[in-house]
Design a protein around this ligand. Structure first.
Ligand code: PLP
Length: 285
């Protein structure tokens, strides 16, 4: 395997960053995970846009132009023979002797890209559905920025996995669901209305969320972007989560509560099928 590290393509086993990289010391950096489907990038524009926004919000410089990012991404995909998988991109504020304030402006941001085959849990898992476990959302106030500071997400997902679940369903102190450790959360009401939390500082603006929203509207589905409580989710007709890897993935259990009749809902599976059609329709790089 090959990784891109600060201007060089190096063997994955030798891909290293400096001990004084601010990402390592302070989590002072951002990342993106973009999907590759049958050799084609999924919604690359959306991911680059979010990457640029995350950097801007933290006053980290863009490490290179979008076109150049596209090129390096296509190189790591090609050099790793990725057909259906992911590209991981990380940008930190660079290397400087440890001190909290920003280093001098001339310090270049550090850029790392890796790629590997394997994209999400697959159709068999989707047809069974997954369970999720609710947990308090203990993250900071800027969850809209895709920062590498993921300790609360790591702890939440570890706990969910320990319970045998696929994801952690994160609940704010007011009882509303924010999102999951690495996916957005959706419910479908008894009336067949899709509900997902509105964008704000409380959640990450998922690229898959945006794509599914557009596809659902195109299918004539009704969408409400609003908060919903954990109780509302448990009583919903259908529940699903969305992310680059899981697409739209049916949830059949929240904690000890079975959703609907315990099998993936028809509306969720219909939307997932539409998303798979969208993936098939992608044009090549
Ligand atoms: N929410 C969080 C906290 C995430 O980390 C992710 C992705 O990793 C998502 C939502 C889903 O975002 P996307 O659809 O862009 O993968």
């Amino acid at each position: 395997r090959i990784a891109y590290v600060n201007g060089r393509y190096v063997p994955h086993s030798q891909a290293m960053v400096h001990v004084e990289d601010r990402g390592y010391q302070f989590s002072d950096g951002i990342y993106e995970v973009t999907g590759v489907y049958k050799g084609r990038p999924i919604d690359a524009e959306g991911h680059w846009e979010r990457l640029e926004r995350s950097l801007r919000e933290l006053s980290i410089a863009m490490p290179m132009s979008r076109r150049a990012l596209d090129f390096v991404a296509s190189q790591v995909v090609r050099r790793n023979r990725v057909v259906t998988g992911i590209v991981y991109i990380q940008v930190t504020r660079g290397v400087w002797p440890r001190n909290h304030p920003f280093p001098p402006k001339v310090t270049p941001p550090a850029l790392v890209m890796t790629a590997r085959n394997g994209l999400g849990p697959g159709q068999a898992v989707a047809e069974r559905g997954v369970s999720v476990y609710s947990q308090p959302d203990i993250r900071w106030g800027r969850r809209d920025i895709k920062t590498v500071s993921l300790l609360p997400n790591v702890l939440a997902k570890e706990k969910a996995h320990h319970e045998g679940g696929f994801e952690a369903l994160l609940v704010a102190s007011d009882g509303t669901v924010t999102e999951c450790a690495s996916s957005n959360a959706w419910i479908i009401t008894r009336d067949g209305v899709l509900v997902t939390r509105a964008l704000s500082n409380d959640i990450l603006p998922g690229i898959t969320r945006a794509r599914l929203r557009e596809l659902a509207l195109g299918m004539g589905m009704q969408i409400e972007e609003r908060s919903f409580t954990l109780d509302e989710a448990k009583a919903a007709r259908e529940v699903f989560i969305s992310s680059t890897g899981s697409f739209a993935l049916p949830v059949v259990r929240i904690d000890e509560t079975v959703i609907g009749n315990g099998v993936p809902g028809t509306l969720t599976l219909g939307l997932r099928a539409r998303y798979l059609e969208f993936l098939e329709s992608l044009s090549g790089p």
